[in-house]
Design a protein around this ligand. Sequence first.
Ligand code: SF4
Length: 344
Amino acid sequence: MNIQRVSDTLGRLKAPAFRLEQLRRAVFRETSASYEEISVLPVSLRQALGQAGPLLSVSAQAVLVSGTQRAHKASLKLCDGQEVETVLLRPSPTRWTTCISCQVGCAIGCTFCATGLMGFSRHLTPEEITDQVLFWRQYMKQRGLEGRLDNVVYMGMGEPFACYDNVSESLKILMDQRQFAVGARHISVSTSGLVPQIERFGKDFPQVNLAVSLHAADDELRDRLVPINRAYPLARLGKALRTYLRSSSRKVFLEYVLLRGENDRPEDAERLIQYVKSLGPLELLHVNLILFNQTETRHGACSEESARVFHKRLRNADIRATVRQNLGRDIQGACGQLIAQAKH
Ligand code: SF4
């Protein structure tokens, strides 16, 4: 919902100030799905708001639900006909998390990522980014799904720091107590390693979690897997992360997708251990090992046993690490699998 447009419309109609508060309560607390539903507003006002623009800037094209019912993936149509995907996850019985997109496609081109294969089309607006959260809250209400959605991760389609201004605006909207009221510590932004924006983010949003898609701890391999490494190699990334850790004292999450025979060998684990140890206090660093979800790329998934061994090597070296649950694999909604029918 574009709160500025709503506010302008109410101002043009000379509606009293409390109408905006009523509308905010209806949309963000009671999760009304349309202006018509907000019966506390006069009909004329509801009609004027509807004529100014839809409450949601995205509409569901399709929703897939995993066999476990713990992952839901939606293809959302944008106003220009393009599509993005977003995922709703239930990692534990009482918690819901959404993984949202910030671009149609992505220009970074990580070789194991389905979104990267699409190429780049455009950035999402702040409204399109935050409306993914609103969409899922409405979906949960319609489906009678219990619990509250108040964890948001920017790990869907796109590189958040390539559209920093829009992502920054969307973060402010999500954290606004009068709107989504999501706590800063319940939001994570994941980057492939755009150093200038990491530096900016540390100053602008010191309470929001930072995740870095590392995937390799030597430049030669990372140049191939995560091409942004050619612009911001590991030494430069490490320097930015050390500064970030010193100034924020917040934990940094390092994402590492395990690719069979490429970055899952003992020597890869050793390089990762040395790199993590070079960054700062180990209690502020956490490695998320991700089992590769097969996409139409040349890469192969390592076995669960190899992942377990790799994990153990890190733990034996006092590195905090987990093997991430792979919710949504059966609906192509897991890490690296998001791809929509973008109309380039
Ligand atoms: S992993 Fe992220 S940054 Fe890399 S291509 Fe995919 S969406 Fe873009």
